[in-house]
Design a protein around this ligand. Sequence first.
Ligand SMILES: [Zn+2]
Length: 231
Amino acid sequence: MQVVDVTRIRSRFSLAGHPQVVEMLCPHCLKEATFAIKGWSEHAGQLAVSETPCPRCNIGVMFLNLLDAPGEPTLYTHPDPVGRTSMEGAEYLRTLSGSLGRTYESALKHYNHGDWGTTALTVRHLLEGLATRLLTDTHHDASLATQLETLPQGVNLSAPLEDIADFLAPNGILGRQFYDETSIDQNTAQQLLELAEQLVAYLVVLPGTMAELKSRIATAPVPMRRGMTAA
Ligand SMILES: [Zn+2]
């Protein structure tokens, strides 16, 4: 359940009554929507419940008005936003760079709040940070360099980053959109996030899991074969 900020309640059935019109992000389609609540069913004078479909995706959202607290009642909604969850292997990104890991988490957070423009800018920041980190990394202690060597020969690791650089250039497909972040919609924000996740999976997570597997193989006990010592 999520608390609905009181500023999201546009009108009430009476002065201190239950909310009637609520403007908020739909937890199902993540779009800003105006929920017109038809009626509430009260329980024991402490709780009022209503299910109202989202006017955009038509899926029902449960509203819960809790009255027992002193002062103003608290409005909750259910379910929680069905936002994107963290990609598999995000911990490898955090190991590579704590700040890049936080940038990724903040991009997800903005996305799940429906802030498409901010999501796009944060993803851009993440991509640039990743490119800088991987292409010009002079830290020789970084195990990533070793990890990258475990990738098959002939894979051009910098190619995907060069493609992204083209995309993000001022006249690139994505770069053009950054001039006006308010024009960025959910679709673009989602594509950017997916692009970043695929790059991270390829450049950071895969080498990390491969290096781990390799060290597990190297340290596994070798079974003794019977008869080996027989002359
Ligand atoms: Zn919806």
